[in-house]
Ligand binder design. Sequence first.
Ligand code: SF4
Length: 388
Amino acid sequence: MPDTIHFTRQVPDPGFIMKRNQIWKIYGTDFKANTVRLLEETGLAQMIGDRKKRIGIKPNLVVPSPAEFGATTHPEIVAGIIEYLQRNGFEQIVVAEGSWVGDRTSEAYEICGYRGICEQYNVRFVDTQKEKWHTTDCAGMKLNLTNITDEIDFLINVPVMKGHCQTKVTCALKNLKGLLPNREKSRFHTMGLHKPIAHLQTAVRQDFIVVDHICGDMDFEEGGNPVVRNCIMAATDPVLTDSYACYLMGYTPDEIPYIRLAESLGIGTTDLDAADIITLQSGAGDTAFNNPSFFEEELPREHKLLEVSYAVDAVDSCSACYANLVGALWRLREEGLIDRIPKPIGIGQGMQGKTGKIGIGKCTAGFDVCIMGRDNCGSGKKNRGSEA
Ligand code: SF4
């Protein structure tokens, strides 16, 4: 259990830079103003230093769904980061992201409000689904990264803290998967997902993390069941950040293998006992969030996925396929219909060339009944150095 400090400083210390064992939090509904305040208090500009540095901002636009549904990063947070950076003299800013396999980033860019932000602040947006890519050695593992990863000097990761149908928790570490080309995202699943996520961190360093803990879905990464907490957090250690996310969501780092693997690769620490959790008082109008009892409120721990995963036979399934299936199964369970469908339902890249009764996605094309889904999932595409 980390120590919690309730912090009330009114005037930021201009020379202060947050420490690596710290996680700063602020509660409230003025998301842009609270983001700016968090960055001022934690000393982001001092941390970046040279105003000529190229700064990358990596939100989560996994699906074309507005942030209030619990899947994507609130655009107000990214607007707050850009405003803060521009006010402090940083001009080379790029926002980079790619949606999951099965959805198009260009749709999320519009629907999630990022076109508006990028045009308002005159900031470039890079769709990593359309970027060229190269192969990099990531601590003994060859991974394919989009070229934008080599054009960033300081990366600000802006994940949503939420549940995930396969890894249980997704926050800082897993969010970097959006910087991969589509085909590599699918390949990660054939490599067990956890190990490549951990190794990816050795080639793409996240220098600063702003966590959207406003209303993440605690079970499904594509959202739909938002749990409102109206909290934004700042940190610099992604392993510590994810360990704290586990703590809040009722898991331990031992239940999420990529967190322990990242720690073993020297990316950060899972030691929450040595962490300082610092809660800033929010603006005067947000009195509800300045009530200390609010901060201790627990997140729901239903873990819905565990109750329907028995119905699925998954081998190397991509997240989009798997998440849509278990989401549908959960709705069938709620309606009392789950026992009326034949089980198990086959899914995943490991099902290619196999037979069975019911399958989801074109990887199960050989099954008696196959529900294909959208056609842009990448299955069967050739490796050609660009997803464009
Ligand atoms: S059909 Fe296969 S390749 Fe396509 S998203 Fe599903 S599991 Fe991945």
